[in-house]
Design a protein around this ligand. Structure first.
Ligand code: ADP
Ligand code: MG
Length: 730
């Protein structure tokens, strides 16, 4: 992928968790992972190799050791990304690593302990605090969705019956990229509300799984937040920026044991890791840069992350490691993936004024309701003025207008009540007249009440809509005092400084290697020999490292090839088994019928049956239903209708029985093909059609020799018979 001006690489950070109790009790071997926080390097020791063998060193954007704090990781590596999302970029954070290495700990952490809250709760705080502190001319709309991918099915975790529902489909649009059309999305007005959404989803995840640990190590969880921000631009018009944030907790990256599994379990094992192996392939293809095809379509996960890997998004990958020597291979694989991901180039851009911004819909709906309300209020004010006989020029303020409208309704009610009393007390009126006048007043009061109710409903709707929009510096009360704000600011500055320092150190290291040769000037031969020997040693060590690396990569390729071969063998065996069943137990014509109806849906990566009843695109194949026979006992056949128009035999009108001449030939057991050949030239009016004739003989031969007719051939003759009749009758 070519590097252009607006492109930036995926940020990759590595985190290693502390040794757990079980690993500590296993022996004194200690951690195999060492970290240089200043340089952002991970140094991996092979527990099976001799001490002289060089260790493997990987450099990343940042590394976090066992003592690292959740807050440090957030401030240094995640905060800039969330700031970008708030400015209208797409952002993705995903945790990748073996089961039990701290992916969920990093993404979610322990919610109740402020020190151990992970990326997700910190991001919630960040987003809503930012909104509360922003200028008051900004309007925000925050939405959240939660889904999981389990066995290659996308499930909506906020849908109450997600356990029973079928997997959701994915769609692609040029504006928003890949999305899930029917996904539930909740508008959130505060941290509490968005936490509630997360809780509901987590519970749905736990309920759906018999063993939560097993489930979480096999399913990928995606929490999606959309932040829309409306602000008047320099041109005076309102502009909307939409930032989308994907927070992804992936399934464990370790290899699932595949050996010896068959049938359903084989399929399951293949699906569990399909998304992850596809992710690996996508990362490799993008990092390589040479292969034009990136296999995003191979899995649901890679399709959903399509924009995050090589597209319109800023991405942070947190690779998690365990320090135990038992998992050396897995740790090395994780580091290799992470190292490759560093080379992926994304092209993030601000999403400005997209067509599907919900904020715009909300704004126009609010404006519409407001106009309606204003109109109603204006109307009632007008009426009031008519009653009072004076205009109230000062009632500008909205609340005043509202109050006045209420007062007007009350006054009107009282007035009507008084008038009713007066009518009741008026003796000069006839009883009938009184009744009529009272009814009229009653109706007027009913109208008044109805109008008031409609007003109240409209106001409630308007307020509910308006409350969903967060206005900068208004909706959320910021409890932090100035000192705290300053402290936060300083912490961010320090994080930023550490990041820049590390970048500079890494650059210096690279430059050191390059300029080594240029700097050296030697005063004596001896000095030159010493310096060059030192350099040679350094280069030799490097060479050894690279050789070991090549060997490792080769070994890994051989291993994965063997695994693939084994899977292929198992799948071939499975295929042979299915073939055996099909060949021996399914009649060939049935098989052909089924096969002719099958089509491959590339969108869903599945074979599908074409419907038996043709769709609108092929209306010609549809047989017409006979229209009811008005005045006849039963519907008329085409033959009978033709016969009637030709006036051949009136018997057809009532009985609708086909008139066919007796066939005097002896019973014939020849096959259909031969029949057609021999009788094709006969010229009787009805029997002139060879296919029709075939159909006739066939029904006779059916009783005599069933074997000569197959079900598919009977189909052919039946259809040809119906088409042949009108031709014969002409
Ligand atoms: P994963 O999601 O990768 O399968 P978890 O996040 O569930 O792994 O972590 C496994 C265990 O390790 C949990 O008990 C968690 O509390 C602990 N753990 C993980 N990372 C850390 C860390 N950086 N510091 C302390 N404990 C950790
Ligand atoms: Mg987990």
């Amino acid at each position: 992928m070519s590097k252009n001006k607006s492109s930036e690489s995926v940020k990759v950070v590595v985190r290693c968790r502390p040794l757990n109790r079980k690993e500590e009790s296993n022996g004194p071997s200690g951690s195999i992972v060492q970290m240089d926080l200043r340089l952002g390097q991970v140094i991996l020791r092979n527990p099976r190799a001799s001490h002289s063998e060089p260790r493997k060193t990987f450099t990343f954007d940042a590394v976090y050791d066992a003592n690292s704090k959740q807050r440090d990781l957030y401030d240094e590596s995640v905060r800039p990304l969330i700031d970008s999302v708030l400015a209208g970029f797409n952002g993705t954070i995903f945790a990748y690593g073996q089961t039990g290495t701290g992916k969920t700990y990093t993404m979610q952490g322990l919610w109740l302990d402020p020190e151990k809250r992970g990326v997700i709760p910190n991001a919630f705080d960040h987003i809503f605090t930012h909104i509360s502190r922003s200028q008051s001319d900004k309007q925000y709309l925050v939405r959240a969705s939660y889904l999981e991918i389990y066995r290659e099915e996308v499930r909506d975790l906020l849908d109450p019956n997600h356990g029973n529902a079928r997997g959701l489909e994915l769609r692609e649009s040029p504006e928003t990229g890949v999305y899930v059309p029917d996904l539930t999305s909740c508008v959130c007005k505060s941290i509490k509300e968005i936490e509630e959404v997360m809780n509901v989803g987590n519970q749905a995840r736990a309920v759906g799984a018999t063993d939560m640990n097993e489930h979480s190590s096999r399913s990928h969880a995606l929490f999606l937040i959309t932040v829309e921000c409306g602000q008047p631009g320099p041109d005076g018009r309102k502009h909307i920026r939409v930032g989308r944030l994907n927070l992804v907790d992936l399934a464990g990256s370790e290899r699932q044991a595949k050996t010896g599994v068959q049938g359903e379990r084989l399929k399951e094992a293949a699906k569990i890791n399909l998304s992850l192996s596809a992710l690996g392939n996508v990362i490799s293809a993008l990092a390589d840069g040479r292969s034009g095809h990136v296999p995003y379509r191979d899995s649901k996960l890679t399709r959903l992350l399509q924009d995050s890997l090589g597209g319109n998004a800023k991405t942070v990958m947190v690779a998690t490691l365990g320090p135990s020597s038992q998992h050396y291979d897995e740790t090395l694989t994780t580091l290799r993936y992470a190292n490759r991901a560093k080379n992926i180039q994304n092209q993030p851009r601000v999403n400005e004024d997209p067509k599907d911004a919900l904020l715009r819909e909300f704004q126009s709906e609010i404006a519409r309701l407001r106009a309606q309300l204003n109109h109603r209020k204006w109307r009632s004010q007008q009426k009031k003025e008519q009653v009072d006989g004076e205009g109230d020029e000062d009632a500008e303020c909205e609340e005043e207008v509202e109050k006045e409208a209420e007062d007007y309704v009350k006054q009107e009610e009282q007035r009507l009540e008084r008038e009713k009393e007066a009518i009741r007390g008026d003796r000069s009126l006839m009883a009938e007249e009184k009744h009529r006048l009272l009814g009229e007043k009653e109706r007027m009061m009913g109208d008044l009440r109805k109008e008031q109710e409609a007003n109240e409903q409209l106001t409630a709707k308007y307020k509910a809509m308006e409350s969903k929009l967060l206005v900068g510096g208004k909706n959320i009360i910021d409890h932090t005092n100035e000192q705290q704000k300053m402290l936060e600011g300083k912490r961010h500055e320090i994080a930023e400084q550490t990041r820049r320092e590390r970048e500079m150190q890494q650059q210096m290291l690279v430059q050191d290697d390059e300029t080594l040769e240029l700097r050296d000037t030697f005063t004596s031969l001896q000095q030159e020999v010493e310096a060059k020997t030192k350099k040679l040693k350094k280069l030799y060590a490097k060479l050894q490292c690279i050789k070991a690396e090549i060997q490792d990569v080769n070994d890994e390729h051989v291993r994965s090839r063997q695994e693939l071969e084994q899977t292929q063998n198992e799948l071939t065996r499975e295929l042979k088994f299915k073939y055996l069943i099909i060949e021996n137990f399914i009649p060939p014509e049935e098989k052909n019928k089924i096969m002719s109806r099958m089509t491959f849906d590339t969108e869903e990566d599945q074979w599908k049956f074409q419907p038996l009843v043709p769709t609108e695109s092929k209306p010609l194949q549809m047989k017409k239903r006979p229209t009811s026979a008005v005045g006849y006992k039963r519907p008329l056949s085409q033959y009978a209708r033709v016969a009637i128009t030709m006036g051949v035999n009136t018997r057809f009108r009532a009985e609708n029985i086909m008139f066919l001449e007796l066939d005097m030939n002896p019973p014939n057991t020849n096959s259909l093909g031969r029949l057609k050949e021999t009788e094709g030239n006969q010229s009787s009016s009805v029997d002139s059609s060879p296919t029709n004739d075939g159909g006739l003989h066939k029904s006779r031969s059916w009783c005599q020799s069933q074997k000569s007719i197959t079900s598919s051939s009977s189909n052919v003759s039946l259809t040809s018979c119906t088409t042949a009749v009108p031709a014969a009758a002409q």
